[in-house]
Ligand binder design. Structure first.
Ligand code: DGL
Length: 263
C-alpha cells in the first residue's frame, strides 16, 4: 500500500519554479520536497484563467495525494489566477503564492520608475491590478508582457541567440522609459538573469521574489524534518529526460531522478 510522506508540494508550469525550489532546498534543507513541472501544459501565461484554475486544482489534488501538507505555488501566473481557488478548495491547507514584489521594487527605486517583466496572463489579472493600485501609486510602473519567453526558456538552451534577442526586445521599452529598477514577475526569468541584466545595463537593479517565497514557506512549515534523508522528488507531466537534463545543467543537481506524472 502506497504510504504518502508528509512533504512540501511545489508546482509551476515547467522549469521556472525550480528557482523557488532551489531556495527552499537552501532554507529548509531538512524538509521533504516534491516538485511538479506541468510541462505538458506550459506556458500558462498564454492560457485562459479557467484553464489555469483547472490545472492548478488538478495539481493541488495530486500533490496532496502524494502527502503535501503545505503547497507552494512557484508560479506568478497560477498565483494570480488560481490561488483563491486552491484556498477555497482546501481551507485547511496552507498555500504560499508567488507574486511580483511591487512594494519592495517601488521602495528600492530612486527615480520612481519601475519595470515589471511578466507573462501576459499575470499582467492581465485582477490580482496584479490590485497590487499596482495598493503599492504602485507613488511610482511610474511600466508593465512589459513577455509572450514567448517562457517557451524559449523551456527549450533549455539558456544561451541561445534567439533567446537573447527576445530578452533584448522585451527589455528595450523599459530602457527607453528610464527605469532604474526591474522586477522579474515570472519564476522562469531568473534562469536568464544574466541576459536580462545585460539587456537592461549594469545600473538597473534587478529584483526577484524567490527568496521571500521560500522564507514564507519556512514560516508556515510545521511538518517533520528528517535529518538523515530529507528527500527531494521531481516529477513532470512532460518528458522526464528533458527536465532531468535541465536540472542537471542549469542547477547542477546531478543525482536527482525525474519521474513521469499523469495529472
Ligand atoms: N513560471 C511561471 C510564472 O511565474 C510561468 C508561467 C507560464 O507558464 O507562462 O508566471
Amino acid at each position: 500500500m502506497f504510504d504518502p510522506q508528509p512533504c512540501i508540494g511545489v508546482f509551476d508550469s515547467g522549469v521556472g519554479g525550480l528557482t523557488v525550489l532551489r531556495e527552499l532546498r537552501q532554507q529548509l534543507s531538512e524538509a521533504r520536497l516534491l516538485y511538479l513541472a506541468d510541462a505538458a501544459h506550459a506556458p500558462y501565461g498564454e492560457k485562459t484563467p479557467d484553464f489555469i484554475v483547472q490545472r492548478s486544482l488538478a495539481i493541488g489534488s495530486w500533490l496532496k495525494e502524494q502527502g503535501a501538507s503545505l503547497l507552494v505555488v512557484a508560479c506568478n501566473t497560477a498565483t494570480a489566477h488560481a490561488i483563491h481557488a486552491l484556498r477555497e478548495r482546501w481551507p485547511d491547507l496552507p498555500v504560499v503564492g508567488t507574486e511580483p514584489g511591487i512594494k519592495p521594487a517601488v521602495q528600492a527605486s530612486r527615480n520612481g520608475r519601475v519595470g515589471v517583466l511578466a507573462t501576459p496572463a499575470t499582467l492581465a489579472s485582477a490580482r496584479y491590478r490590485s497590487l499596482i493600485e495598493r503599492h504602485g501609486a507613488s511610482a511610474q510602473v511600466i508593465s512589459q508582457p513577455c509572450a514567448g519567453l517562457v517557451d524559449a526558456i523551456e527549450q533549455g538552451e539558456l544561451h541561445a541567440p534567439a533567446l537573447r534577442r527576445l530578452v533584448q526586445e522585451f527589455c528595450a521599452p523599459l530602457r527607453e522609459a528610464g527605469v532604474d529598477t526591474v522586477l522579474m514577475g515570472c519564476t522562469h526569468y531568473p534562469l536568464v538573469r544574466p541576459l536580462i541584466q545585460e539587456a537592461l545595463g549594469p545600473d538597473v537593479r534587478l529584483l526577484d521574489v524567490e527568496t521571500a517565497v521560500a522564507q514564507q514557506a519556512c514560516r508556515l512549515w510545521t511538518g517533520p524534518t528528517t535529518e538523515c534523508a530529507p528527500g527531494l522528488r521531481i516529477a513532470t507531466t512532460g518528458v522526464p529526460m528533458a527536465l532531468q537534463r535541465f536540472v542537471s545543467t542549469a542547477l547542477g543537481w546531478r543525482d536527482v531522478p525525474v519521474e513521469s506524472a499523469s495529472v
